[in-house]
Write a protein that binds this ligand. Structure first.
Ligand code: UD1
Length: 416
């Protein structure tokens, strides 16, 4: 599948941001824990969410996706084995390891798949679960986990890994004793997972700081919960507005979650007006280059908005420098931007972007989720027609991307 984009239309109007992919995925894994019913509101319809639902169904859950609500009944879970075919559909399937061992004392999964944005080891996940008394063996591409009872303990993460922090939280919510995670990831999605688990009766505090304390409870109960808005989707639409010199208002958005982006966009010359539940970006004639953007764990500049920001800076006045510190191969999309006329030089984890007057439309290929979104944004601002190929990557993270952009005035079409 491809997008055909005729660039140049200014985006205008209002868009409501839906629930966060990176929240709903671990929360779906968490629904395995309560042996009952979980009702989740504001869930995005994304390829990754459907993949996670497939896995839950395979394990024996009854799952219904109605409107933007997902209802999971996990009372009938009978399986603890996730076949390779399902695991490979997305990286986030790794969360199921903690949830499944907690539920069954046994789990068998293969190594996860996902976006190709560099080396993505799971050593911290394995090391942490082992520390909790889980016996883990790796053989023939599968990870076999077994334990009699998970035992809470202190775990200090070498890197504040989002996924490892979430996996531990899932594994220990019903463990014997207390677990303390030091150097934990502080992303808003971790806080969302804490709030969801607590809504089922878990006793977790500290998410959002670098120390999370989880007192194991005997059992969890049914719950109903609303997923937080997707900060990366919100940021992507803000940049889309900026790149087209548009005037877009985002609603259902948490300003605090995208403070680092707002700060860089203000530095670049955009006026951003914020209220309780909305963010409005006003157009500027030509953005200014920014000296330095460094991707960092939250609350630093998110790696998941790096590519979209580079698209914007491609036509800024002056030279910008962007350093990627989280993943080791996250500049592949820049080769495609160069085909559109951008002047970008990449050396390892550093990109130097000399702003040009305009990008021009051509045929480009999406190679990963956020890099793909960045190419769509570039196409919206470019002169002429851009074809973005392999948009299946983009479908993993953006619900109704083309429809929403069209509603804001973009000339974009999904073609075969
Ligand atoms: C999550 C997000 C992803 C985002 C990333 C960083 C989800 C579903 N995905 O991914 O969108 O880009 O956070 O904000 O929430 N690492 C190790 N060993 C491990 C685990 C991680 O070395 O066992 C390294 C990674 O290679 C990477 C860094 O730690 O360099 C951060 O990765 P991590 O925070 O774990 O990212 P994910 O949870 O995979």
């Amino acid at each position: 599948m491809k997008y055909r984009i005729n660039g140049g239309n200014k985006l205008n109007g209002e868009i409501r941001i839906g629930g966060a992919k990176n929240s709903v995925l671990p929360i779906l894994a968490a629904t395995l824990l309560n042996k009952g019913t979980s009702v989740l509101h504001d869930c995005p319809k994304l390829k990754d969410v459907f993949s996670m639902i497939e896995i839950l169904k395979h394990l024996g859950c009854a799952v219904e996706f109605s409107g933007s609500d997902i209802i999971v009944d996990s009372s009938g879970v009978i399986d603890y084995h996730i076949p390779d075919k399902l695991m490979r559909t997305m990286r986030s399937s790794i969360f199921l390891m903690g949830a499944l061992v907690s539920r069954n004392n046994i789990a068998q999964i293969s190594f996860p798949g996902g976006c190709d944005i560099g080396h993505r080891p799971i050593d911290l996940h394995l090391k942490s679960l082992r520390k909790l008394g889980i016996n883990i063996k790796e053989s023939f591409g599968y990870i076999h986990c077994k334990c009699t009872k998970i035992k809470g303990c202190e775990i200090h993460l070498d890197i504040p890994s989002v996924g490892a922090t979430e996996n531990i939280m899932l594994a220990v919510s019903m463990a014997d004793g207390t677990t303390i995670i030091g150097n934990a990831a502080k992303e808003p999605e971790i806080e969302d997972l804490q709030n969801f688990l607590n809504s089922m009766g878990a006793q977790i505090t500290g998410a959002g700081t670098n120390t999370i304390i989880i007192k194991g409870v005997k059992e969890l109960h049914d719950t109903e919960y609303t997923i937080i808005p997707d900060r990366i989707v919100a940021g992507t639409y803000l940049i889309a507005s900026a790149i087209t010199k548009g005037d877009v208002v985002l609603t259902n958005v948490v300003k605090k979650h995208i403070e680092s982006l707002i700060s860089k966009m203000s530095e670049s010359g955009f006026k951003i007006v914020t209220g309780n539940d909305f963010i409005r970006i006003e157009p500027c004639v030509r953005p200014r280059a920014v000296d330095m953007i460094i991707t960092l764990p939250y609350p630093g500049f998110p790696t998941d908005l790096q590519a979209q920001m580079v698209s914007l800076l491609s036509t800024a006045d002056g030279t910008s420098i962007v350093t990627e510190t989280i993943f080791d191969n996250r500049f592949k999309y820049t080769e495609e931007l160069v085909r559109m006329g951008a002047d970008i030089k990449v050396d390892g984890r550093i990109a130097v972007i000399k702003g040009v007057e305009n990008l021009t439309g051509t045929s480009v290929v999406a190679r990963d989720l956020r890099g793909g979104a960045a190419l769509v944004l570039a196409g919206l601002g470019a002169i002429g027609t851009t074809i973005v190929e392999d948009i299946e990557h983009i479908d993993r993270g953006y619900d109704k991307f083309d429809e929403n952009l069209k509603n804001l005035g973009a000339d974009i079409e999904r073609i075969m």
